[in-house]
Design a protein around this ligand. Sequence first.
Ligand code: FE2
Ligand code: FE2
Length: 181
Amino acid sequence: MSGLRRLPGDPPAEAIVERMLRVDHAGEYGARRIYAGQLAVRGRSPAAPVIRHMAEQEQRHLAAFDRLVAERRVRPTALSPLWHIAGYALGAATALLGERAAMACTVAVEEVIDRHYQQQIETLGDAEPALKSALEEFRADELEHHDTALAQGAEETPGYGLLTAAIKTGSRLAIWLSTRL
Ligand SMILES: [Fe+2]
Ligand SMILES: [Fe+2]
């Protein structure tokens, strides 16, 4: 595996890719649960088609990582039961706050995921071209979700700054944990 950008003391390339797959698989699983929670609350609202479209793309991302994790025999995160509940709770709670708060949740999560995928793409360099192009494609979808949510008035939600800061912190923590556990 050549081209992967490693620093002295970093784990071997294979371990790095394994960690990437573990955390991405966990993240897409969490994303699917967030939108499931939002749809449970707002399934009949005017925003429902927009949320459903995002949910379908997350399902596609998750399916890709399901395949990769199985093919490469990567141990999935031990925290799936936590993301099952936390993702759904986050989606449902923000949706209960209102349609704009649900969109603010998407803005916050996608901002973190965008950075995360960007960093992985940089780390891969010219290694793992198939994985890299999948990450690029998914990253473009996440950016689309981010921009759609902004267009839906996310920033007008009361307490937008605090809400998104909290969700971003939680998302970063989830990434940190899922990379390791
Ligand atoms: Fe996704
Ligand atoms: Fe997304």
